[in-house]
Design a protein around this ligand. Sequence first.
Ligand SMILES: Nc1ncnc2c1ncn2[C@@H]1O[C@H](COP(=O)(O)OP(=O)(O)OP(=O)(O)O)[C@@H](O)[C@H]1O
Ligand SMILES: *[C@@H]1O[C@H](CO)[C@@H](O)[C@H](O)[C@H]1NC(C)=O
Ligand SMILES: *[C@@H]1O[C@H](CO)[C@@H](O)[C@H](O)[C@H]1NC(C)=O
Ligand SMILES: *[C@@H]1O[C@H](CO)[C@@H](O)[C@H](O)[C@H]1NC(C)=O
Ligand SMILES: *[C@@H]1O[C@H](CO)[C@@H](O)[C@H](O)[C@H]1NC(C)=O
Ligand SMILES: *[C@@H]1O[C@H](CO)[C@@H](O)[C@H](O)[C@H]1NC(C)=O
Ligand SMILES: *[C@@H]1O[C@H](CO)[C@@H](O)[C@H](O)[C@H]1NC(C)=O
Ligand SMILES: [Mg+2]
Length: 671
Amino acid sequence: MPSLLILSLLLSTAVLNLAALATGEDEFVFTGFKGANITIDGVATVTSNGLLDLTNAHERLKGHAFYPAPLRFRESPNGTVKSFSVSFVLAIYPNYRPSQGMTFFIAKSMDFSSALPVQYFGVFNSVNQGNSSNHIFAVEFDTVVNMDLRDIDANHVGVNINSAISKKSSTAGLYDDRTGSFSTLNLTGGEGLRVWVDYERESTRINVTISPVSMAAKPARPLISAIYNLSTVITEDAYLGFGSAAGKDGSRHYILGWSFGMNSPAPSIDISKLPRLPRLSPKPRSKVLEIVLPVATAAFVLVLGIIIFLFVRRHRRYAELKEDWEVEFGPHRFPYKDLYYATQGFKNKNLLGVGGFGRVYKGVLPKSKLEIAVKRVSHESKQGMKEFIAEVVSIGRLQHRNLVQLLGYCRRRGQLFLVYEYMPNGSLDKHLYHQEMSKLEPTLNWAQRFQIIRGIASGLLYLHEEWEKIVIHRDVKASNVLLDGEMNARLGDFGLARLYDHGIDPQSTHVVGTIGYLAPELACTGKVTPLTDVFAFGIFILEVVCGQRPIKQDTSEKQPMLVDRVLEHWNNGSLLDTVDIRLHGDYDVNEAYLALKLGLLCSHPFMDARPSMRQVMQYLDGDRTTPEPSPTDTTFEMLAAMQNEGFDPYVMSYPSSLASHGTSSIVSGGR
Ligand SMILES: Nc1ncnc2c1ncn2[C@@H]1O[C@H](COP(=O)(O)OP(=O)(O)OP(=O)(O)O)[C@@H](O)[C@H]1O
Ligand SMILES: *[C@@H]1O[C@H](CO)[C@@H](O)[C@H](O)[C@H]1NC(C)=O
Ligand SMILES: *[C@@H]1O[C@H](CO)[C@@H](O)[C@H](O)[C@H]1NC(C)=O
Ligand SMILES: *[C@@H]1O[C@H](CO)[C@@H](O)[C@H](O)[C@H]1NC(C)=O
Ligand SMILES: *[C@@H]1O[C@H](CO)[C@@H](O)[C@H](O)[C@H]1NC(C)=O
Ligand SMILES: *[C@@H]1O[C@H](CO)[C@@H](O)[C@H](O)[C@H]1NC(C)=O
Ligand SMILES: *[C@@H]1O[C@H](CO)[C@@H](O)[C@H](O)[C@H]1NC(C)=O
Ligand SMILES: [Mg+2]
């Protein structure tokens, strides 16, 4: 008993190892050939995933695979061949040339050494064609036309007895079960094809049926149905197998699964468990893919292009110019992106004004919500940029209630951005002149005007004397005086003039500043001193008190220069007539008198005759009496007249005699 059990156990494991599910004596099924007990010869191989590869892409070489043991096809030596049924799944991969075919056969032995490759499938040869002693029954799957073998086409199935010349053949295909119509199947399509070979003993009928693996059922009508008494062919014990011999093309012939039944239908092969075929190159493409793929590719490329374009644009839009030396100024540097967002991309609706150096935009910083004014200056030259930025940063440290705080800067190619505090009430010139037409409405009353003068004086004093370095503003004028929320005057825009200074040839006497506010000595020496600021401040005082521009645009006027007009009235003793008529006489007489006198004093053509800002402050506070330019003094008149004619007073070189004359010349020693 135990020995029997062990035997049956051994048997069952042996059966499993065979991978052939032998349900009866003469019945087997291979679902793939991984580890299967089959006999192979020639170039045939079993691939790692279980495909039986008959030709392994070799040229003109034979390959065979056999069921390892012969099967008994007759009950006795004189008996007739039993009914049998074979089914298998094959796939032929074409190469660059049409491939030769392959065969399924039942033969008397496994010895095919004398067989020929190529058109003889490695099964037959040219000498023993049709010799009944061959004892070979074969079904060929031929993909090449050989005229000497009477092939019908390059895609046919044939039934062969002892010969490579088919007894009966047909173009590969199948008959539709319902309509009966025939449709061709491509043997070299690289797709799995199911084949059934059935033989019936009584009728000696051989049926060959093929269908694609994708089809669920075996077609009812066979592709080939032939009558041939195989009892005259198949020996009592015979071998089952496949043979192929590729031509020069190196095509491949795969068997995926195989089953056999003697006196019974071949067991069905589980298609879903068959090994996968390798990818066919070029891969057969469906019509849908043929359309969808290019469209999808194009769309993908387009999207990628757009993304790259946007990325590059974004990168370029926010690209900045940053140099190594700027590291130390890092905290004062604004990212361009922030400024771009703050000003909504430098939109015109955020434009505050256009000045001599560039445009000024209003903005709100994205994170801090701080209101800023961004001045965009185009600047190509790199020369002096480092010094300038260093100056901008040091200016950023200046803090005074009458100065517009410089918050920082940013640099791009050819552009420089200066970021200031935003002044909600804009620049003073707008308040002074925007209602110039209606000469009735004063926009600024006297108290405000005097407060503005004092404020700017205080700011300038801070720049000139109260900070650690002497800072010269260089462009004191009404448009650079801004008004904050409480109408406090704040001096803005300092330092910019220097940027242009550095860029130019130091030999040239190019003067920076604004016409009307330029001290005469600048035209000669080009040297900027705190006293050139004082000159401009003097003109500024007159401008605020008189409500007039330093130079009248209207040329019909007798006196185009404001300073000349005031000077004339000073000499005539009618100084207060120059006060802005829009104030309607509503002003403090003493303060106006003081301011006008101080304006004249500060804008004295001789540098040495001008007071320092500290003295100006003292005069304004009433701590010191303002020196009176004497009414008989013709110096002003003369010099102003000469200036008018375009003469340079210094060319005449008698400054000492004039400087000592009349006005008390208070000379600022500087520090
Ligand atoms: N910080 C600020 N806050 C509010 N408005 C400002 C500010 N800075 C400038 N502006 C506005 O922008 C305008 C242009 O200023 P900008 O300084 O460019 O020109 P300008 O003062 O007329 O001439 P310049 O170039 O000689 O200084 C000013 O007139 C003012 O109205
Ligand atoms: C393969 O099958 C043959 C015949 O059935 C048998 O003789 C042989 O031992 C088997 N080999 C293996 C490895 O199972
Ligand atoms: C089989 O046939 C051969 C001749 O073809 C004959 O000699 C032999 O006796 C027959 N055997 C049987 C069992 O019929
Ligand atoms: C058939 O083949 C056999 C053995 O190969 C040979 O002896 C015989 O002469 C051949 N007959 C013909 C008709 O060629
Ligand atoms: C069969 O399919 C192969 C591969 O797609 C192709 O090259 C060949 O032309 C086809 N043959 C026929 C007859 O359709
Ligand atoms: C062969 O095909 C014919 C026609 O369809 C059918 O009648 C017959 O039963 C088939 N024979 C076998 C063995 O399948
Ligand atoms: C087939 O051939 C064998 C022997 O050659 C014969 O005995 C048998 O009757 C034949 N069968 C048919 C159906 O003709
Ligand atoms: Mg300005």
